[in-house]
Design a protein around this ligand. Structure first.
Ligand code: SF4
Ligand code: SF4
Length: 356
């Protein structure tokens, strides 16, 4: 089946106001029907790590908040805690970071509510028709929301090649344990040089997988379930996780988690991919890269999360010779996530592009 993907073209270096006008037009054209009066509407996006300034601009989010309010909906901004240790590692730091990045309630008109609770472990188990997983652990407040608008900044990604809609949903809306499961081809290890033997991880590990050996923490691989608690509680950066292993598994697992985040809301989710400031690295990078890889294209919108990522790849390929994921990391096959999402029934790689 062919999906519809809408494109609002933008000039290179378009202002935040121009981008906001474009996303508003796309919403009016194709997205407003996902929202009904009194709906709790989750607006999912990445606020940008550290001092990253190539992230989504607050003006775009404010535009969507205003549109939803005009329909008598109840919008809120949402995200989940990261596995890695940064400004978004728990709810308190994440909300402060959102405020610093311009997403405070005064600026955008809606509150920020962490979807996975204070420490990233508030979750809900969702059944999916996956090949790797039959159930996935999704951040709980996403399940409570009636509708969702997903705004994804299209960039490269060191682990998955492409960071766009599927990654924003799959990794971005999984609970901490869900994120660890996606990375479960590899398990955490303790850096004995940094470990102070404080025993905190041993106290928190739900599987009793960590014990003291030779005055340091040691993780028993046969007991570990990859929940990520030790990663979160260690204050000495002694728990390590190799995010670089097994790209194919990671992308497929991520696509299945993405499906789990939206499978319960047919017709109630709408997606935007912002093809501006397309950098090699994703917005988790602390400092913005000084140059974007290619000139801006515009903003895509669709009710199909697979088609919108396929269109993102196709538009950059048409303009610059290679799909965005390949431009960023030619050694990664970024098509895996899109093809697997289509295979399990999340959407279609076939689409019709409609230019506004
Ligand atoms: S919490 Fe960190 S420093 Fe403390 S014992 Fe565990 S690994 Fe070592
Ligand atoms: S990931 Fe979870 S189960 Fe594994 S060692 Fe860490 S706390 Fe224990």
């Amino acid at each position: 089946m062919e999906s519809q993907v809408y494109l609002a073209k933008l000039p290179d270096g378009a202002t935040a106001a121009e981008q906001a006008a474009a996303i508003g037009k796309l919403y009016d054209t194709a997205g407003a029907s996902a929202v009904a009066a009194k709906d709790f509407v989750a607006i999912k996006f990445h606020v940008g790590e550290g001092t990253n300034i190539t992230r989504i601009k607050p003006e775009l989010i404010r535009e969507l908040v205003t549109k939803v309010k005009n329909q008598d909906g109840l919008p809120f901004l949402t995200e989940t805690s990261t596995l890695y240790k940064g400004e978004r590692h728990n709810a308190v730091s994440h909300l402060m970071q959102a405020h610093r990045q311009g997403f405070g309630v005064d600026a955008v008109g809606a509150p920020f509510i962490m979807a996975d609770g204070l420490a990233g472990n508030t979750e809900y188990e969702v059944a999916i028709p996956g090949e790797i997983s039959k159930t996935v652990k999704v951040a709980r407040e996403i399940i409570s929301a009636d509708a969702m608008l997903v705004v994804s900044h299209a960039t490269g990604c060191i682990t998955t090649g492409l960071a766009a809609c599927i990654k924003n949903l799959g990794m971005g809306l999984a609970s901490r344990m869900g994120k660890m499961r996606q990375h479960s081809a590899i398990l955490p290890q303790v850096d004995s040089e940094k470990c102070t033997n404080c025993h905190k991880c041993m106290k928190w590990c739900p599987e009793d997988a960590i014990s003291e050996q030779n005055g340091k923490a040691f993780i028993a691989a046969d007991k570990c379930v990859g929940c990520g608690e030790c990663l979160a509680v260690c204050r000495f950066d002694a728990v390590k996780y190799d995010f670089g292993a097994d790209k194919g598994f990671l992308q497929k697992a991520m696509a299945e988690y993405a499906y789990g985040a939206v499978i319960g809301k047919p017709g109630k989710c709408f997606y935007f991919n912002v093809l501006t400031n397309m950098t090699k690295d994703c917005d988790c990078l602390v400092k913005s890269p000084t140059t974007k890889m290619v000139a801006d294209i515009g903003i895509l919108a669709s009710s199909d999360p697979v088609a919108i990522d396929q269109a993102t790849q196709d538009l950059t390929a048409a303009a610059y010779g290679h799909p965005l994921g390949h431009l960023a990391f030619p050694e990664r096959d970024s098509t895996i996530q899109i093809e697997h999402a289509a295979k399990i029934g999340m959407g279609s790689t076939r689409y019709k592009l409609i230019e506004l």
